[in-house]
Design a protein around this ligand. Sequence first.
Ligand SMILES: NC(=O)c1ccc[n+]([C@@H]2O[C@H](COP(=O)([O-])OP(=O)(O)OC[C@H]3O[C@@H](n4cnc5c(N)ncnc54)[C@H](OP(=O)(O)O)[C@@H]3O)[C@@H](O)[C@H]2O)c1
Length: 339
Amino acid sequence: MKALRMVRYGDIESSLEFQFADVANPGAKEVVVRVRAASVNPVDNMVLRGDLKSVRKEVFPAGVGRDVSGEIVTVGGEVSDYCVGDQVFARVGEEHVGTIAEFITVDASHLAPKPVNLSHEEAAAIPLVALTSYQSLIEVARLKSGDRVLIHAGSGGIGSMAIQLAKSFGAYVVTTTSTANVRWVKELGADVVIDYKKEDYLKRTSDVDVVFDTLGGEYALDAFKVIKTGGRVVSISAALDPQSAEELGLGWFIRKILALKSRKLIKAAKAKSGLYRMVIMQANGKQLRELGNLYQDNIISPVIDKVYPFEQSKEAFSYLATGRAKGKVIISLGEPAIR
Ligand SMILES: NC(=O)c1ccc[n+]([C@@H]2O[C@H](COP(=O)([O-])OP(=O)(O)OC[C@H]3O[C@@H](n4cnc5c(N)ncnc54)[C@H](OP(=O)(O)O)[C@@H]3O)[C@@H](O)[C@H]2O)c1
């Protein structure tokens, strides 16, 4: 099979190569999926650049891509929930990264049935952003009906999903984006859209229950200026807090360093009698199945900016790296692949 592989750390052009490899036999609790579509996420570019070397060293050649939609071609001996031919989607686990390929092995516990009303390209837009938004807003921030939530970067892959998810839970949504995106972001359901090119969001936002920080840097600390007493700040881009570091099972030395990096945020949270957490999303087929139902019932819709053919996967990485994507960037494998 043909697969896009990472062959070294570096820029997109020099680190990615198409290679041919054997299709692996699935383990007892795994399936092999014929990939119909995959999506690119900022983490894929971070891995290429070597930004995550300290937590995960790549062994080359390494697979790339974490989201997949396709059909099952082989099932492991202990898989009882899925059969050959089932249409499925997933955010694969870190041990199976490599969805930008004709076939991919997936742990059955990370799979969910593809929503029947969606194409594979639409389904591939969902797993990583939907699970991240769910785990951040619902599991950790405990967002509930009537809460006011500030979601940064409403036009991004995450933001465009998170707005719809928060609205489906009955929250009042404030979001930020640039001038060109204000109208369509409003159409996603946001109650207030702040054009960050024209206005300082800090002057227009106060007393929010939850801030979902997708930008990191000063945005995480500034979140404590706009939350009410007892509010919750959940980031996916700033410093890892001690509780999350412990839950991830990180060693004491790295936890010590992280505790130093997050100390201002923890102090700010204490001053507001609130919460600061940084979420690192986890693959989860059970949650994805529930989220898939929201798409199947047309409560949430995937937001796709561009679809690239498999052969132009590097262009997809380059486009996402501009930081200006409006929703998701998809790679389509179109016609059936030859095994
Ligand atoms: N911790 C985790 O598990 C986890 C999981 C998923 C993602 N993430 C991280 O979350 C971040 C967002 O991911 P993503 O997929 O949404 O990225 P993305 O799709 O590349 O985000 C692009 C969007 O960001 C917007 N944007 C950029 N600067 C902005 C600003 N100052 N204010 C408001 N909007 C701004 C852009 O809108 P304009 O063009 O209008 O500026 C664009 O639409 C990434 O850093 C990613 O690594 C972390």
